[in-house]
Design a protein around this ligand. Structure first.
Ligand code: BGC
Length: 273
């Protein structure tokens, strides 16, 4: 990633928690924020080795990072995570609500467990982490040397907060929920100078969707849904997230930034309708 341009976002000295930062988009965002000079807490729930490798990498290149294990769907663990990070870094300025998963099933075969797991991590997890972040932002208020806002939250949503997705009703419902959670929080907390936005990725090459792009045939099928004709990479999301966390977007609040190569543009209509 171009470190000079991320440095120009003037995020240096701020402190972030990135949930689900030990793989995929979360890892890319954590590395991007670290490049921008942000002290980053690498949250993970399983896979200590990967979290440790990312933390060591960031430290090795002169950045600040700690790793913190917590299941974002568990209130006690989320509270402990925030207490730990605030103790280590002094405070938190940025939350990237990224942790998420898919448990796909045909609707008539979807178990209650699959439904509840996806809602618990993707939606309740965002609520629990945002609530702790907001409590810290309200306690501390604006620190003008660091940012014009008292705190920033970027919710990592999905194009499936607007595109229905057969075989993934639990996932699409969780992301639709994130969209209204984000907007309601943004409306309520703007007077406290807290900014909350979503970044909604389209198809990004990560472990969550390997089957959709790993073979040339799969990738060709996927590209039919992407007018810009390339599958995204985590750096695409990292740049958008860093911008939303910076004062360059200070007047942007309660909005969703689709980073999807045009997936939300109804690509089939380019060929008919
Ligand atoms: C899903 C991916 C999918 C992409 C576009 C994401 O939110 O997690 O599996 O490739 O949306 O459909």
């Amino acid at each position: 990633m171009n470190s000079i341009s991320l440095r120009e976002l003037h995020l240096a000295g701020q402190r972030a928690i990135v949930t689900g930062a030990n793989s995929g988009i979360g890892e890319g965002v954590a590395r991007g924020l670290a490049e921008a000079g942000v002290a980053v807490a690498i949250n993970y729930v399983a896979g200590d080795d990967k979290a440790r490798a990312i933390t060591d990498d960031i430290r090795g290149s002169g950045g600040k990072a700690i790793m913190v294990k917590a299941d974002v769907s568990k209130e006690v663990e989320v509270k402990a995570m925030f207490a730990h990070v605030i103790d280590a870094f002094g405070s938190v300025d940025i939350l990237v609500n990224n942790a998420g998963l898919q448990q796909d099933a045909a609707f008539h075969e979807m178990s209650l467990q699959q439904w509840e797991k996806v809602i618990a991590v993707n939606l309740t997890g965002q609520f629990l982490c945002a609530r702790e972040a907001v409590r810290e932002f309200m306690r501390r208020g604006v620190v003008p040397e660091l940012s014009r806002a008292a705190g920033k939250i970027v919710c990592v949503s999905s194009v499936h907060d607007v595109i229905p997705w057969a075989g993934h009703a639990n996932y699409a419902a969780s992301k639709g929920g994130v969209a209204m959670l984000m907007k309601s929080m943004a409306q309520e907390l703007a007077p406290q100078r807290i900014r909350i936005n979503s970044v909604s990725p389209g198809a990004i090459k990560t472990p969550i969707n390997t089957a959709a792009w790993a073979t040339p045939e799969a990738e060709a099928e996927l590209l039919k849904l992407i007018p810009y004709n390339r599958v995204g990479v985590v750096e695409d999301i990292a740049r958008a997230t860093a911008w939303l966390a910076s004062d360059h977007s200070d007047y942007v609040n309660g909005t969703t930034l689709y980073v999807d190569g045009g997936m939300t543009l109804y690509p089939e209509f380019a060929r008919g309708g």
